[in-house]
Design a binder for this molecule. Structure first.
Ligand code: SPD
Length: 354
């Protein structure tokens, strides 16, 4: 009798556990480890730990500071990464170079949560190689102790008279496309110009600006501002807003001339050791609560529509994070500039060596 009671008890316990999801059988197709190559400070580290707990997959992360660094690393033969985070134009570049794996959306059903505006982007028609992760803008971070009014024009970064007047110490992104793009925009040109004359003008503007530039920095530019080491800088919206959570002298504005808007994406290198595990992780990141957790940490926009109700209202209501239509109209996506990429790279080296 006692044996029967224990057996019934055990069966009851098993049924309860599986009903609560706790006893889900481990998926034998999952790898033990997942290697992510990401921008720094671009995910709440708790998300890696939560995924590890639920799926039994240990996630390790390396970081890069620009799309060009990411590309160089893959081209140099780094084959250990399962998941990478290229921006829009870089998805296109990498696909052309046959560096990306085609995604199996049967493993990513939560892709249905992505807002329609982010589907079928020009850099990846049909989303065959990429899933949008976060989006944001490139603009001006500034020290509110130094500027009473927001320095809301690219003239604050590039016009020598304005710079002389404010005597601002400036940091610029160590990123050829972004910094040259900002100079092009200041001159009234497209951030994707392939015109050699326009590019030469932008180069001269960036050389002239060097008198005020104290750092070319893409990783930690917000810390320079928070520490009072620079007075303003060109940088990415969310990084400045993250710093503003701790440092009340930091704020961010989108220049009135406009600037760059971008979408960073989840993609899988063709050489990934475990494509399936990476797809399961992408699907996990697309859960509404998890996508919202990313945005509540990074202060960047989420392409996940189903996540909106879980995002901190302070983020949703901040016009420099979710800009109104009239500001959006002035923003431009960086595009693959094809052979002109070589001109951008050469110019960037020359500017920094001057
Ligand atoms: N700290 C994460 C920053 C991510 C920025 N990605 C922007 C790329 C725009 N070209």
């Amino acid at each position: 009798m006692n044996r029967w009671l224990s057996l019934i008890g055990a069966l009851f316990l098993l049924a309860t556990l599986s009903g609560s999801g706790l006893a889900a059988a481990p998926d034998p197709k999952l790898a033990k480890e997942l290697h992510v190559f990401n921008w720094s400070e671009y995910i709440d580290p708790e998300i890696y730990r939560d995924f590890e707990q639920e799926f039994g997959v240990k996630v390790t992360e390396d970081t890069f500071a620009s799309n060009e660094d990411l590309l160089a690393k893959l081209q140099a033969g780094a084959t250990g990464y399962d998941l990478i985070v290229p921006s829009d134009y870089m998805v296109n570049v990498m696909h052309q170079l046959d560096l990306l794996a085609e995604l199996d959306f049967a493993n990513i059903p939560n892709f249905a949560n992505v807002a329609e505006t982010f589907l079928d982007p020009p850099y990846d028609p049909g989303n065959r190689y990429s899933v949008p992760y976060q989006w944001g803008t490139t603009g001006i971070g500034y020290d509110t102790n130094f500027f009473e009014e927001p320095p809301d024009s690219l003239a604050y970064l590039f016009n020598p008279d304005v710079l002389a007047e404010t005597a601002g110490r400036v940091s610029m992104l160590n990123d050829s496309r972004e910094s040259i793009g900002a100079a092009l925009k200041y001159l009234g040109y497209s951030v994707n110009s392939q015109d050699e004359k326009e590019l030469e003008e932008a180069k001269q503007i960036l050389i002239q600006q060097k008198e005020w530039v104290t750092a070319y920095e893409s990783d930690g530019f917000e810390d320079l501002l928070a520490a009072g080491e620079v007075d303003l800088g060109l940088g990415w919206s969310g990084d400045y807003f993250m710093a503003a959570e701790e440092a009340d002298n930091v704020w961010y504005t989108i220049p009135k001339e406009g600037g760059v808007i971008w979408t960073d994406n989840l993609a899988i290198p063709r050489t990934a050791p475990s494509q399936y595990t990476a797809e399961v992780f992408i699907n996990y990141l697309l859960r509404p609560e998890v996508s919202a957790k990313v945005t509540n940490y990074t202060w960047y926009g989420s392409p996940n529509e189903a996540a909106t109700e879980f995002i901190d209202p302070q983020i949703l209501e901040e016009p420099a994070i979710y800009p109104p239509a009239e500001v959006m109209e002035k923003l431009e996506f960086l595009r693959d500039v094809g052979e002109a990429t070589m001109i951008y790279d050469r110019m960037w080296t020359e500017i920094k060596l001057q």
